[in-house]
Design a protein around this ligand. Structure first.
Ligand code: NAD
Length: 342
């Protein structure tokens, strides 16, 4: 199925990290009709573009989902209550309430005859018992069952994945689901409590560099293993999966696993600095080990996210550094506004 560039594409969660980057890419691909929707007021969106229809709506509400989906050909649902471990461990009910967003978006998609629907799930759906070892077990798609997802956030994702599946099976709606593994990169959350490890570590290293206080606190023992996917790979993967015949939820993540200590090593190298590390063992730290098994995505798409962590972190560090310095100078809005003008 090919899509003309004049068909309306809707991105829910457009004011967020991945939604903003997706819209940026869709524009460069020549899409002429894009509608971005987010609950935040426009001035708080990480990126927004003047040639896009930007709507502030609460997608918990069915009627707002209908406004968002009317006349849409394609819908990407990236809207959710979401954050790093510190956020999802302390906001389980809020995370589970995202079920309203996806459920109402699916119903609205059906009502308006949307041709294709994408849902962003997460590696947090995987069974916790399979993530106890620090040696980063690679999680294959079948490892989500028997279900023992991350409490709150992960259960909502697992439920919403199945909702997509049954809207496809029972109502014939074209749905595609990707399980993202830790995404990082420019235009993401880097302070405020919802940021994830790569952005938090870049910010802490920058703070240490700027303040001259050469110390860093790390959540947990630093031995937890994870993989991190650069945003450009995430956007490419979303595009490939939306256009594929992959009917089941599929991993979209990097398979380059590192410990949190190794992540700090890389950021220190980029910054040209060495810090004294302290470990906060009482901080939220998530599962011990997690990596993406990419057998299925290789089989179906003959591709997997392949930007090295070093390259992706260099770009991310530079972007956060610029944001940090602009903020220090009291110019927080400058960089965001320049995106609107691009
Ligand atoms: P984000 O927080 O930057 O973006 C999500 C956006 O959804 C926010 O701008 C938020 O305001 C919006 N939103 C929340 N509630 C809404 C509502 N009721 N109505 C309208 N908009 C609402 O997060 P992100 O990193 O861009 O994540 C996008 C999607 O990918 C989410 O579904 C998330 O769960 C999933 N995901 C992300 C990662 C990651 O590492 N970033 C990993 C796994 C899954």
């Amino acid at each position: 199925m090919t899509m003309g560039n004049d068909n309306l594409v809707v991105v829910a969660g457009a004011g967020g990290f991945i939604g903003g980057n997706l819209i940026s890419t869709l524009r460069t691909q020549g899409h002429k009709r894009i509608r971005g929707v987010d609950i935040k007021p426009l001035q708080e969106w990480y990126q927004h573009f003047d040639d896009v229809e930007n709507l502030s709506l609460d997608l918990n509400l069915r009627e707002d989902c209908e406004i968002a989906s009317k006349d849409a050909y394609e819908v990407y649902n990236l809207a959710a209550n979401m954050g790093g471990m510190g956020f999802i461990e302390r906001n389980k009910a809020l995370c589970m309430l995202s079920v309203l967003i996806n459920t109402h978006m699916l119903q609205a998609a059906l009502k308006y005859g949307v041709k294709r629907f994408f849902y962003s799930s997460s590696a947090c759906v995987y069974n916790g018992d399979k993530q106890k070892a620090f040696e980063a077990p690679s999680l294959k798609e079948a490892d989500a069952y028997p279900a023992l997802a991350e409490d709150g956030y992960g259960w909502e994702k697992l439920f919403s994945e199945r909702m997509c599946r049954h809207f496809h099976e029972d109502f014939g709606l074209y749905t595609r689901v990707a399980r993202f593994h830790n995404v990082y990169g420019p235009w993401g959350t880097w302070y405020g409590g919802r940021e994830k490890a790569p952005a938090a570590i870049c910010r802490k290293v920058i703070e240490a560099k700027v303040s001259g206080k050469h110390e860093i606190d790390i959540w947990g023992s630093g031995n937890q293993t994870r993989s991190f996917m650069f945003i450009e790979d995430c956007i490419k993967g979303i595009n490939l999966i939306m256009n594929s015949e992959v009917l089941e939820p599929i991993n979209l993540g990097s398979s380059e696993a590192v410990t949190i200590n190794q992540l700090v090593d890389i950021v220190e190298e980029i910054a040209g600095i060495k810090l004294r590390r302290t470990y906060d063992l009482s901080a939220p730290k998530g599962v011990n080990g997690r990596n993406s098994d990419n057998t299925l995505i290789q089989k179906y798409l003959n591709w997997e996210p392949n930007t090295t962590l070093r390259i992706g972190l260099e770009k991310t560090y530079r972007w956060i550094y610029d944001q940090y310095m602009a903020r220090e100078r009291g110019e927080a809005g400058v960089i965001r506004e320049s995106a609107a003008a691009r």
